[in-house]
Design a protein around this ligand. Structure first.
Ligand code: SF4
Length: 535
């Protein structure tokens, strides 16, 4: 038998840009967490490494990286998404200065490997399809190279159980699990279908339940997020899985409540909505993008057309789940009233948390290829040092068809309208009676540490931190507690999110104002390309 060489691997999850829509720093603080989401990709990679290798994890969003950490490691593995690009590059540089071999992977390196030339190794694509080749090369003494997985080939039924034991579970608002990869739709701006394909691949029921067993055994209780980009991409498989998930929840007395992303056609399927409610799903992210049918057709988001979107969202509320939605400003086909129409739609559909961003041409998407062909893509459009990698402040990395100043004004108008305290509270007020939690199994998952702070105490802390919310938030709270008490906990959770969203939107507006001030002399077809905004 050959000698098995041990290796000490330090997994480092890079920091996201200093402030994003999703970091919810103030809400994390209120709930006693350090960051919303845990690094599921890296702990999945950790599970694929040889068992005789030692593995440690440092998440730079929750803890410091020390010299001792680096000194311990024989190899560093890192990588993440576009908003982590700047920190990933800084880490690569740090490793090289400290003479530590560094391996980079993940979606941004896969989409833009040329940006990560300085890493010793690039492991690109889905790790299951290529990591063993890298390990074999390392064991054979190779000390640089690029390893690329064949596209869309990975059989996720063979994916290992993520190493949840590497996480400090208390650091996070929620823990992710992944059921499927890929999405059947064709949205022009989307990189998911380029990275994972259009044929959703699903794990087996036994796999996912084993992952939940593991989290349960580690003592975790509370919010679990299915990180799938579209959980309902393969409805047939999902309908076989969800009843088993419900049974698992019943047997364990509902330790978890779930959130996920789904396409809006979920609203057409009552059976599926009820199955999700019965398994204790409570929140969904849905990409609405635009209320304008012409714009939706132009971006190939046809699943959002030929339907009353407000009614579709209402049906999801009736199934006990609230909706967080994504909207985008900057499409070619937009009308001049786009700012008002998006703000009006958000109000009408009572969506409290709306992620409104500027269109961002992501690497390797149909949108980017079209813009490149039309000569409209900015130089360095994929380098986060130039673009910032956060679409709230630095999207539009291409020449817009309308004058850039007008697009930015529309964007600003949406944020300025929807994140006024009174407007946010009005949406909560309208949502509270619509959210039918009567059939939902559990309001607070059994044993959830974060569920122990009472709702009234939370409201008190929120309005103390943001006095402008005092009157409208207490009004919403008292009427919800009186008329739909089962929804109170969710409504208070959404108030907590405003602790981040209110101040964050004001800072974004200030940045957009600076960007507008730099653009008035530009005409259509010319766009302002910098500087890199950071808070
Ligand atoms: S529905 Fe979502 S994941 Fe699917 S292609 Fe469109 S944007 Fe991408």
């Amino acid at each position: 038998m050959g000698l098995k060489l041990a290796c000490r691997v330090l997994l480092i999850y890079p920091r996201f840009v200093s402030e994003t829509f999703w970091n919810f720093a103030e809400a994390c603080e209120l709930m006693g967490a350090r960051y919303p989401a845990a690094p599921l990709g890296l702990i999945t990679v950790a599970a694929m490494l040889p068992p005789h290798w030692e593995v440690r994890l440092v998440d730079r969003n929750t803890e410091d990286l020390t010299e001792a950490d680096l000194a311990w490691a024989d190899m560093i593995m890192t990588g993440g998404m576009l908003p982590q690009q700047a920190d990933t590059l800084a880490l690569i540089e740090l490793c090289r200065r400290n003479d530590r071999p560094v391996v980079v992977g993940g979606p941004d390196a896969t989409s833009s490997p040329h940006i990560y030339k300085q890493a010793d190794f690039r492991v690109l694509g889905e790790a299951e399809g290529v990591l063993s080749d890298f390990v074999a090369a390392w064991d054979a003494g190779k000390r640089d190279g690029t390893f690329t997985a064949p596209k869309f080939q990975v059989d996720v039924t063979k994916s290992p159980m993520p190493r949840f034991d590497l996480l400090n579970l208390e650091y996070y608002l929620y823990i992710g699990v992944q059921y499927s990869r890929g999405c059947p739709f064709t949205c022009e701006f989307c990189d998911i279908i380029e990275l994972y394909g259009r044929l959703p691949r699903t794990k087996t029921t036994l796999q996912i339940l084993a992952e939940l067993d593991r989290l349960y055994a580690l003592g975790y209780r509370g919010h679990v997020d299915f990180v799938d980009d579209n959980l309902i991409g393969n409805k047939k498989a999902l309908k076989q899985f969800l009843p088993k998930l419900k049974e698992w929840q019943q047997e364990h007395d509902y330790p978890f409540e779930f959130s996920t992303e789904a396409s809006v056609n979920l609203a057409d399927d009552d059976e599926l909505l009820h199955m999700m409610r019965d398994a204790n799903f409570f929140a969904l992210f849905i990409g609405i993008e635009s209320p304008d049918p012409e714009t939706l057709v132009a971006m190939s988001k046809k699943q959002n057309t030929r339907r009353n979107l407000v009614e579709s969202i209402g049906k999801i509320y009736q199934a006990g789940m609230f909706v967080t939605a994504g909207f985008i400003v900057g499409f070619d086909s937009e009308k001049t009233d786009v700012g008002d129409s998006i703000a009006h739609f958000i109000d009408l559909s009572a969506i409290p948390v709306a992620m409104v961003g500027l269109l961002y041409a992501l690497p390797n998407t149909r949108l980017t290829r079209r813009l490149a062909k039309e000569g409209r893509l900015h130089a360095n459009h994929d380098i986060a040092a130039t673009t910032g990698g956060d679409q709230c402040t630095t999207g539009l990395n291409f020449d817009t068809l309308r004058p850039l100043g007008a697009v930015l004004e529309d964007y600003k108008r949406v944020l300025d309208t929807i994140y006024q305290p009174a407007a946010y509270a009005a949406r909560l007020q309208r949502l509270a009676p619509l959210l039918d939690r009567s059939g939902s199994p559990r309001s607070v998952p059994t044993g959830d540490l974060r569920g122990r702070v009472g709702a009234m105490e939370l409201v008190h802390r929120i309005v103390s931190a943001l006095p402008e919310t005092r009157e409208p938030f207490w009004r919403v709270f008292t009427s919800c507690a009186r008329e739909n008490p089962n929804a109170t906990r969710i409504i208070v959770g959404l108030m907590a999110m405003y602790l981040h969203l209110g101040p964050f939107s004001r800072r974004v507006i200030a940045e957009i104002d600076r960007r507008i001030a730099a653009t008035p002399l530009l005409s259509p077809g010319q766009s302002y390309q910098g500087p890199h905004f950071s808070f």
